[in-house]
Design a protein around this ligand. Sequence first.
Ligand SMILES: Cc1cc2nc3c(=O)[nH]c(=O)nc-3n(C[C@H](O)[C@H](O)[C@H](O)COP(=O)(O)OP(=O)(O)OC[C@H]3O[C@@H](n4cnc5c(N)ncnc54)[C@H](O)[C@@H]3O)c2cc1C
Length: 305
Amino acid sequence: MPDATRSTETSGAVQTEVGSLSFEFFPAKNEVGDAKLWYAIHRLKNLQPGFVSLTYGAGGSTREHTFENCKRVLAETDLKPAAHLTCVGASREDINAIAKDYWQAGIRHIVALRGDLPESMGGVAGHYEPHPEGYAYSPDLVAGLKDIADFEISVAAYPETHPQAGSSQADIDVLKQKFEAGADRALTQFFFDPELFLRFRDRCAAAGIDKPIVPGIMPVINFKSVARFASACGTTMPAWMKGLYDGLGDDETTRKMIGAALVVEMCRRLKEEAVDGFHIYTMNQPEMTIAICRTLGLRHDAGVA
Ligand SMILES: Cc1cc2nc3c(=O)[nH]c(=O)nc-3n(C[C@H](O)[C@H](O)[C@H](O)COP(=O)(O)OP(=O)(O)OC[C@H]3O[C@@H](n4cnc5c(N)ncnc54)[C@H](O)[C@@H]3O)c2cc1C
């Protein structure tokens, strides 16, 4: 686990113990988006997360951007970048070349994934077929990366089971294979019922998994777009949540306040059950993540974010 800290008191603010804190960003498609991304990274770096991860667009569509942004994180900040890398639609040769480039550039942490299906493969409704010369599933990718270099590796886990899994037990068996292949931690798909995560964590422990399962935390700003995304990835949106956002239209300030309050409540429940790490999907918007981390005492310093 990166950067474990102890309870400390800094400038009057009591810091709670934080096992790991990490932030996820997505590479931008244009200059305006790029400026937003970098504004977010620079503001959030003061919270000193253990790492920041940069996603990889479906089917490798952000290949260059993910790489360039990871290099920029190394060059311009003290943060440790983690590059998402997916094997869908790519040959082993291609993936291995990318991984070698990362290692040579000093990027030591990969979030290793099968990947979402690009539109050319049918998108969310598509049927996954491994590339004939590729890594078929993420446990194979993890093993391949470990053969290339001693990367730190995070993988994905699904508290509500991956939509294409044969069963929830089969999905946990796959997760176990990812750890056996060399993964260091799992970052979960987002969820809104903390009990779902806690039960999943119990099932992982019962399967003999003893590596960290870090909850993926999604602060909801736009209910409709998160609901769309949730239905594609098998996350349940509790019916009561919709009512909280109903009628708020373009009142983004209030929507953000609600989103932050919900996440704080959920994380408090997780902390009661000794969950000591969080992976926050920042959506490249720093304010909610800052508010959430400050409220929960998830700050490694008293720096002004
Ligand atoms: C934290 C996080 C970050 C993500 N970042 C990205 C990103 O940057 N880019 C992107 O495109 N997507 C990303 N995703 C989405 C992810 O790529 C999709 O959920 C994808 O559908 C599955 O990827 P995986 O690595 O979990 O796949 P896998 O672990 O390979 O599993 C995929 C499915 O195949 C099944 N399976 C695995 N092995 C076998 C086997 N041997 N035989 C039969 N079935 C098997 C599993 O049970 C599961 O149903 C992310 C997801 C998470 C949780």
